[in-house]
Design a protein around this ligand. Structure first.
Ligand code: SF4
Ligand code: FE
Length: 509
């Protein structure tokens, strides 16, 4: 295949997907060198394997991870689907939890899914106001993606420069992706997007503004789709804690040798976006709506972490068993606490989806209050779950000798003898489980499970702002005043129809 935009065959299996990534001549840098073939790079490959799992799950569990495309009539990944009822939203979450369980890491496919779900309604409303044709273009773009069953990445996070200044006020105007040139055929954009999940593993990328924009920021109000191998794009791979263990050979010390996440910086230097792939151009007044709607979807997509949490809880329980103490009461209690925290993440995410509602376009969107609450839990709870996993693992999680030592003809025997727990458990199995806990709390996949949980889809303060805006204190004060006898209850207080915002959705039957 020469270019994504030219591929016509439909990707079905994980293997098809991996093959589709070969030979694309992407400009990817890692450790100061250009990577010849990302698919075969030992540090990059685990992230590709994780994404490939989304295709394999679609075949193994079609009801969970695939849908029939309304555009092509064919079965495609659920990650490419625009939700048209609350059940669709809920099923996204169930698929995300399952994939977290299967990979123990970030499978990188949710940003694009959440991007075009939000764009579906925003383009509809932009067209309504400005008589533009973005919505139709988006549908045509989606049809093309459905035909090939592609991976679409979303690129939102600009590098932002001086955080106190608006995009147009920056000394260096490239701190936010912007239009640098226009022709009759389309626009050229320049800028950089930081920590872009799975970008190199995608076929296409949708660029979007990162925040609310004003009139003077018109050139920054650009949404468009580009193939990841478009001219002018450079990727600089984000390295992760302990990533070079993948280059040492062996499979024990990596903890999770098969799967990993991927984050990279994407630099755009005069990258062309043809008119047919532009879904916003200058409508700065819709940038905030797009960001808010995107976060309503994306902040509950973080139920993925409950699936990853299931793996970590399992690892902690397995280590306790290998140590011979599975029934000790404080150990059981810690596993209960970890489960309680993990299910709290899942509960708020799935509730945000269940309480989803219809937009004017017909697409369903998640409840923003519950979605923000889910993501806010995710900024805290995995850290506590990780702490408890390390507690149950014991100090060996950070002092274990290497795989090479275990395989050494002399000292290997000593390690197998002295690192044994329960007599019937091979020492190597115990080491593998400890390495998995290390991987998820200190190593490669702590990037996704901990720090990405903190900052992905907006850092904690971003959720607090949204929760603060929607918390309806006047309504709650009124409830308290009525109960306390400060004011009289009126007939209308009993009428659910008079509620607005979050509570309108809570009481909607
Ligand atoms: Fe999906 Fe979770 Fe990865 Fe974000 S962190 S892309 S929600 S798996
Ligand atoms: Fe993310």
């Amino acid at each position: 295949m020469t270019s994504n935009s030219e591929q016509t065959t439909k990707i079905q299996t994980g293997e098809d997907y991996i093959n589709s990534l070969r030979g694309r001549n992407l400009k990817v840098y890692l450790f100061g060198e250009m990577v010849e073939e990302p698919v075969d790079h030992p540090i990059i490959r685990p992230s590709i394997n994780a994404l490939a799992k989304t295709y394999d799950l679609a075949i193994a569990a079609p009801e969970l991870a695939s849908v029939i495309s309304p555009f092509t009539g064919e079965r495609i990944s659920r990650f490419l689907h625009v939700c048209t009822d609350a059940k669709d939203l809920v099923l996204q979450n169930k698929m995300q939890r399952k994939l977290g369980q299967l990979t123990g890491t970030c499978f990188q496919r949710c940003v694009g899914m959440d991007a075009f779900n939000s764009l579906y309604s925003v383009t509809f409303e932009m067209d309504e106001k400005y008589q533009t044709s973005y919505h139709q273009r988006l549908k045509e773009f989606l049809t093309k993606m459905h035909r090939s069953n592609y991976v679409v990445g979303g690129a939102m996070t600009d590098v932002k420069g001086d955080r106190s200044l608006a995009p147009h006020q920056q000394t260096d105007q490239d701190m936010f992706l912007r239009i640098t040139k226009r022709t009759d055929e389309g626009v050229y954009v320049t800028g950089a997007k930081a920590h872009q999940t799975g970008c190199i593993n995608s076929h296409w990328m949708v660029v979007m503004p990162t925040m609310r924009l004003g009139e003077k920021d018109k050139d920054f109000a650009i949404v468009g789709a580009v193939p990841v191998d478009a001219e002018g794009i450079t990727y600089i791979y984000g390295r992760q804690s302990c990533d070079t263990r993948a280059m040492e050979g062996g499979s024990i010390d990596q903890g999770n040798a098969k799967y990993g996440g991927q984050e990279a910086m994407v630099i755009f230097e005069d990258v062309f976006i043809p008119t047919e792939n532009i879904f916003m151009d200058g409508e700065y007044d819709f940038a905030a709506m797009l960001v808010e709607r995107f976060t309503a979807y994306h902040r509950r997509s973080y139920v993925c972490k409950s699936g990853v949490g299931d793996v970590l809880i399992g690892a902690a329980a397995a280590v306790a068993e290998m140590n011979g103490v599975p029934k000790v009461s404080h150990i059981k209690d810690k596993l209960v606490e970890m489960t309680h925290l993990n299910e709290t993440i899942y509960a708020t995410g799935i509730a945000a989806s269940h309480q989803g509602y219809e937009t004017k376009s017909g697409a369903y969107i998640c409840d923003s209050m519950l979605s923000n609450t889910c993501k806010h839990h995710v900024t805290k709870m995995p850290y506590e779950i990780g702490r408890l996993a390390q507690d149950l693992a014991g100090g060996l999680v950070a002092t274990l000798p290497s795989e090479q030592d275990l395989n050494h003809p002399e000292i290997g025997k000593l390690l197998r003898k002295y690192l044994k727990g329960k007599a019937d458990v091979p020492t190597e199995d115990r080491m593998r489980m400890l390495r998995l806990i290390e991987n998820m709390t200190l190593g490669r996949n702590a990037v996704g499970y901990l720090t990405e949980s903190m900052h992905g889809a907006g850092s904690p303060q971003a959720q607090r702002i949204q929760i603060g805006r929607a918390m309806q204190l006047e309504y709650k004060k009124r409830l308290a005043k009525i109960i306390a006898g400060v004011i009289e209850e009126e007939e209308k207080d009993l009428v659910v129809a008079e509620l607005s915002g979050y509570f309108e959705r809570v009481f909607k039957i």
